[in-house]
Design a protein around this ligand. Structure first.
Ligand SMILES: CC(C)(COP(=O)(O)OP(=O)(O)OC[C@H]1O[C@@H](n2cnc3c(N)ncnc32)[C@H](O)[C@@H]1OP(=O)(O)O)[C@@H](O)C(=O)NCCC(=O)NCCS
Length: 296
């Protein structure tokens, strides 16, 4: 559309905060997570990624954020101001993102959106992204009370974890995507080590043999609250449910001194992990879709 042809893009600076947050307010009201992560995203740390701003007639009209993990890239927080929709701005910002990640050597770009967000799904379908997985956000806001002791529940050794992940197909198989906070990456040993370094693993099984495994991580290192993220990496509904009930006992290393604000997990829709979480009284949240585009 003609108006978007004049769109220019640039990196965000701290002074953009007020204008960016006004747009967030108009788009999502109070429900937006972006105000909370803003400082982290404009901190110029290598891990803070790139926050890109779209300008039209001297005003900010849209923006998005990129992060990288090796040669994979992640796009998030694409927003176009409410009175500037359907002018091609979202498409232009997406092209800007594709140009940037391609120039950086990414072989794939991904993002997540709500299944109900038909505008976003339409935009990315049009740009030849494919829908690759359908996760389900689930949360538990109350206080978790631990079950009584179970000698099979423990913090497993790394070797044991790797062996289990190979046998459950979570490691080594192609394109197994797992969320780290709200970003889905191909799961590999590097990601496992990062999760173990910043959180902990909880396994069920006797000496040397695991029947179920979950990883615990807190979101504060992404600049966002102190929620505990639970990632299941194998097990049956019953064994995963048993593990969930023992989480509070094993949180010391993960939670640090700050109080925990809640628990969440984003299992694949229809998975055994989803059923185990339902049994453990986790509330149903948004049904999501992860889309990706392979870049050549
Ligand atoms: C999704 C969003 C970024 C689209 O921005 P936009 O500038 O309005 O999109 P564009 O004008 O560039 O649209 C490009 C194409 O996407 C599709 N599209 C965009 N909005 C759509 C809608 N509401 N319904 C159906 N298709 C839509 C269409 O194919 C459109 O092409 P067309 O207008 O020629 O039919 C915008 O609606 C937005 O900010 N939504 C809230 C935040 C959000 O959902 N972000 C994406 C998830 S991270």
């Amino acid at each position: 559309m003609p108006e978007a042809e004049n769109l220019s893009t640039r990196g965000a600076v701290r002074d953009d905060k007020a204008e960016v947050l006004e747009i967030c307010e108009r788009v999502y009201g109070e429900r937006d997570y972006l105000p909370e992560v803003w400082d982290n995203w404009v901190s110029n740390e290598p891990s803070s990624g790139e926050f890109r701003i779209g300008m039209l007639d001297g005003r900010i009209v849209g923006f998005y954020h990129l992060t990288y993990r090796g040669n994979q890239s992640w796009m998030e927080s694409l927003r176009v101001d409410v009175d500037r929709r359907r002018m091609g701005i979202g498409r232009r910002l997406t092209h800007d993102a594709l140009d940037r990640v391609t120039a950086k050597g990414s072989r794939v770009i991904r993002l997540v959106t709500s299944q109900r967000n038909l505008g976003s799904r339409g935009l990315f379908r049009e740009q030849a992204f494919e829908e690759v997985t359908y996760p389900h956000y689930m949360k538990f806001d109350g206080v978790m009370h631990p079950s009584s002791d179970n000698s099979l529940v423990r913090n497993p050794e790394r070797d044991e974890i790797v062996k289990f992940l190979h046998s459950s197909g979570s490691l080594g198989g192609p394109h197994f995507l797992s969320p780290l906070w709200w970003r889905w990456w191909e799961f590999d040993e590097m990601m496992l080590d990062e999760l173990l370094e910043n959180g902990s693993a909880l396994g069920l099984g006797d000496g040397g043999n695991l029947d179920a495994l979950l990883l615990l991580n807190t979101t504060s290192r992404f600049g966002y609250k102190n929620s505990v993220q639970i990632t299941f990496l194998g097990g049956t509904i019953q064994t995963m449910y048993t593990l969930t009930k023992h989480i509070p006992r094993y949180l010391d290393k993960t939670s640090g001194d700050e109080g925990i604000t809640g628990y969440f997990s984003i299992p694949a829709r229809g998975s055994e992990a989803e059923m185990a979480l339902s049994q453990a009284s986790f509330e149903d949240g948004t049904n999501l879709v992860v889309v990706q585009k392979i870049l050549t």
